[in-house]
Structures are given as structure tokens and as C-alpha cells.
Design a protein around this ligand. Structure first.
Ligand code: PNW
Length: 491
């Protein structure tokens, strides 16, 4: 490490490379609304957010769904204009599987549904507009909106049959958009899908292994089966891409994984090992097979036969199946040994140091505090451990003020500015001082939007959305990021 901090040399000598991608991220179900438009069929998130009213169950805090969201199915041109006004040169968004493939009609003899041309046309228009505006489209194929039909047919991610359906969908997207799209993300956050969807049951499809403990009192195998099938679906789609698209159309393809930075609570060896286990359970579970060809030893040891085996044939497809390391990260955690929950590697995580101080400012959500040094260390950890260029595909903050204030004060999101100031400088330090090849930074999110189980009560946007009118109001954080990246990307 040449210098320990950027303040050792003048700031203007430090720049990100000219081709660095700076922009914002969103996801289809969180912004689009219009669930039935252009021939779209329901996903598991539509079902999850509309439970039978007689049951009295609510899966979102405010009881609301993504039916309207930020109405971006209709307002996408306004969204692109916003991106432009924020100086973004890239946009990460996801496609809705059930708008692109026609799940309203039965499958053909091959068991696969046909293309829904209307849906393809919709996304084609968005992608063309982005390219016209000089904004690089970075497309996520799967951001949690599994076709309900496939969940009903064979259990969705619980069955290996999903690999065939996912690859079919991916092929359709590569063929339809691959002339313009050169950055593909296969799947967003397998850990969240597996653990929150099939372990804790707080996300769709709401399956909780707590209801289904094995005789030893362990959590069930479902999250690990789901995780396994996600890895395979990703890898077989990439195999097809490389064999059929890469040579003619070019482009990079990879997966996005999510993690916090895990630090031992103190130097007690038990806690040092616990932090390693936390990484193995959150990140290594997916990253080790994909970048190294096998599951982490600590996970195999903890789960025994409940962790599916990666067959030699699959392992050759899985190993090396990501051109880059897509990273979503929001915070850091202090880790202590203990805790029964296998899904978290049997550790306890927190933000409070032994002396009682906190890592940083608390977000509106319980799981985030501001700790920029952890971001720099995480970028170093990922690069050293997995050896691939890093695309930061999400990073962001839900400020308390967003939930408390109303217009016009709410756009002065000082806490979010503090977060982005710290994290952007940490990114720069990782790149210019530590030599970590970071290729992109996508802030989460372009807009306040449907924040999954939090409904609309949690706002991550750099743009305030008045949901009654869909009016968009740029927050101070949008101005901050625009200026920061203007100053720190080389010409
Ligand atoms: C990510 N956790 O989800 C998703 O990719 C986004 O869709 C989401 O809106 C954003 O982060 C903010 O939450 C996560 O509990 C959800 O650790 C939960 C966790 C992490 C990421």
C-alpha cells in the first residue's frame, strides 16, 4: 500500500479510469408497476404481496405491493432523463421474466413458453433510448421475480428443472438485446433469494425452514437446494452465452453477490474464525463454487449431506462462470462466535464495539450503519480472494430523514450524503492506493421505490418520489454523486 489515505497527496491526482461506469440501479418489480401490461403474467412477488385477505396475513409493512411502484413502466423516459441529469454514464436495471416470456399461454411441446413480443418491444425501446443518450445499459436478468407458473409447476428454484427454463429466458434476452447490451448480470443476490425467501420466509415465496426443522433442530435443506439450482442456472446460461453470443456480439457476463464486510469483534481466535465463517456463509457459499469450483469446506462441514454435491460435470461449468465479480454491499458487521442459525454460519453480528461505541451512523433500516473503511477493505478482500475485476452493482443508504420529513425538507438528505461521501472516497482509495480493479459503481437507488417487505416505508432513492402524484424530486445526494463522479473520472 503506497499511502494509507488519499489526503497524503493532492486529490486531483487521483482519478478513476475514463471508462469507469457510474450510475444507478433499480429492479423491475420495485419500479415498474403495471403488472398486467404488455402481456405480463404474475411472479411470486405478485402472489406474495397479495395474500388471501381472509387470512389477515400481510407480507409487507404497509400491506402494499409493486402494483403501482414508481410507475416506471410508463414513466421510463422520465427515469432516463433523470439519469442524464445526474451525469450517469450507466444504468443497471432488471427485466421482468414474465413480461418477456409468455406465461399466459401454455408451454409448447418442448415444455417451454414462447416469447412475448410485446414485452421484448417494451425493453427494446428503453435500451435504445439509453444507448442514444450515451448511457451504458447493464441488464440484470433475474431480480427475484420468478414466474408464478414455474413455482406452481415444479417448485421453481427448488427443482433443477428451473435451469432449463432460466436458460431459455436468458437466450431470448441475449438474442433480443445482445447487439446493444454488453454488460449482463445473470442473477441478483442468491443469498437473499435462498435465505430470505426459503429460510426466513420474509421474502417471496415466503417459505420458512423454521417451520420445517430437521430432527437435529437444524434449519431445513431448502435454502441450500435453492442456492444450488441458482448457481447451476447462472452457470448454464453463461455457458450458452459464451458458446453462442460472446464471439459475435461480445460483452461481459457475471453474477451479483451480496455481502457485508465481516470483522472479528475482537482478536479472540474464536471470533476471528467466526468472521471467516460469516464470509463463507454469506459469500463463499456462491463465490467459491463460481470462482474456485467448490463449496467452502466450512459449509460442507456444518451442513453435511444437506449441502447438495457439485458433480464433477457441473463443477466444470460452474467454475469460472463469471467474467467479473458483481458486488452489492451496504455495510460492515462485527462478528462473534455463537448463535444457532446455520444460515448465518452460527455467528452473532452487530455494530457495537467492545468499548460500546458504534461503527457509524444508523440507517432507517436496522441492518445498515455507515462504515466506509469496511467498503475499502471488502473491495480488497474480494479482489484478493477471487481475483476478478469488481463491478459494484449496488451500494446505498436509507436515511431516517426520508421517513420523517416531508417536502421540501426531505430532499436535504444529509445522512445519505455522508454515506456516499465516505463510500465514494473508500472506493477511490481501493482503486488508486490499493490497486483493486473496480469497474463500476451503481448507487442504490435511482428512485425511492418498492422496498420489498418494507413496502414503501423505506426509501433508498437519490430521488424523492411523491407516490400520490409520481412527482420526482432530486435529493442532495444526487447532486453530491454527480459532482463527485464528474471530479473523479478521468477524461
Ligand atoms: C438489495 N439484508 O437487497 C436488493 O438487491 C435491492 O433490491 C434492495 O432494494 C436493496 O438491497 C436495499 O435493501 C437486500 O437484509 C435486502 O442484508 C436485504 C439485505 C441485503 C440486500
Amino acid at each position: 500500500m503506497a499511502a494509507s489515505s488519499l489526503t497524503d497527496t493532492p486529490l486531483e491526482t487521483h482519478k478513476l479510469p475514463a471508462e469507469f461506469l457510474y450510475g444507478y440501479a433499480t429492479a423491475a418489480y420495485q419500479i415498474e408497476g403495471s403488472p398486467a401490461a404488455a402481456g405480463r403474467a404474475p411472479s411470486i412477488w405478485d402472489t406474495f404481496t397479495h395474500p388471501d385477505p381472509k387470512s389477515g396475513i400481510k407480507h409487507t409493512i404497509d400491506g402494499l405491493s409493486g402494483d403501482v411502484a414508481t410507475d416506471s413502466f410508463n414513466l421510463w423516459k422520465d427515469d432516463i432523463a433523470l439519469l442524464k441529469s445526474y451525469g450517469a454514464n450507466a444504468y443497471r436495471f432488471s427485466l421482468s421474466w414474465t413480461r418477456i416470456i409468455d406465461f399466459k399461454n401454455p408451454p409448447g411441446e418442448d415444455g417451454l413458453e414462447k416469447i412475448n413480443e410485446e414485452g421484448v418491444k417494451h425493453y427494446r425501446a428503453i435500451i435504445e433510448e439509453l444507448v442514444r443518450e450515451g448511457i451504458t445499459p447493464c441488464v440484470t436478468l433475474y431480480h427475484w421475480d420468478l414466474p408464478q407458473v414455474l413455482h406452481d409447476r415444479y417448485g421453481g428454484w427448488l427443482d433443477r428443472k428451473i435451469v432449463n427454463d432460466y436458460v431459455h429466458y436468458a437466450k431470448v434476452c441475449f438474442n433480443a438485446f445482445g447487439d446493444l447490451v454488453k454488460h449482463w448480470i445473470t442473477i441478483n443476490e442468491p443469498w437473499v433469494i435462498s435465505v430470505l425467501g426459503y429460510g426466513q420466509g420474509v421474502f417471496a415465496p415466503g417459505r420458512s425452514s423454521n417451520r420445517n426443522k430437521s430432527p437435529e433442530g437444524n434449519t431445513s435443506t431448502e435454502p441450500f437446494i435453492v442456492g444450488h439450482n441458482i448457481i447451476l442456472a447462472h452457470a448454464y446460461a453463461v455457458k450458452w452465452f459464451r458458446e453462442n453470443v460472446a464471439h459475435t456480439q461480445g460483452g461481459a457476463i457475471g453474477i451479483t453477490l451480496d455481502t457485508s464486510f465481516y470483522m472479528p469483534y475482537n482478536d479472540d481466535p474464536e471470533n476471528v474464525r467466526a468472521a471467516q465463517r460469516a464470509f463463507a456463509s454469506r459469500l463463499g457459499w456462491f463465490a467459491d463454487p463460481i470462482y474456485k469450483g467448490q463449496y467452502p469446506a466450512s459449509l460442507k462441514e456444518m451442513l453435511g449431506t444437506r449441502l447438495p454435491e457439485l458433480s464433477p460435470e457441473d463443477a466444470t461449468v460452474v467454475k469460472g462462470s463469471s467474467d467479473f465479480f458483481g458486488l452489492n454491499t451496504y455495510t460492515s458487521n462485527l462478528v462473534q462466535d455463537g448463535g444457532a442459525e446455520e444460515l448465518y454460519g452460527k455467528v452473532k453480528t452487530g455494530f457495537t464495539r467492545p468499548d460500546g461505541s458504534h461503527l457509524g451512523k444508523q440507517a432507517h433500516v436496522s441492518w445498515i450503519q455507515i462504515y466506509p473503511p469496511g467498503f475499502r477493505q471488502l473491495l480488497n478482500y474480494v479482489w484478493k480472494t477471487y481475483g476478478k475485476p469488481v463491478y459494484v452493482t449496488e451500494n446505498g443508504f436509507a436515511a431516517k430523514s426520508d421517513a420523517l420529513l416531508s417536502l421540501p425538507e426531505v430532499v436535504h438528505d444529509a445522512d445519505r450524503v455522508e454515506y456516499f461521501r465516505g463510500y465514494s472516497n473508500a472506493l477511490l482509495e481501493a482503486v488508486v492506493l490499493d490497486g483493486v480493479p473496480v469497474k463500476s459503481y451503481f448507487a442504490w437507488s435511482l428512485l425511492d421505490n418498492f422496498e420489498w417487505a418494507d413496502g414503501y416505508t423505506t426509501r433508498f432513492g437519490v430521488t424523492y418520489v411523491e407516490y400520490a402524484t409520481q412527482a420526482r424530486h432530486p435529493k442532495d445526494s444526487a447532486r453530491f454523486l454527480k459532482q463527485w463522479f464528474e471530479a473523479h473520472i478521468a477524461n
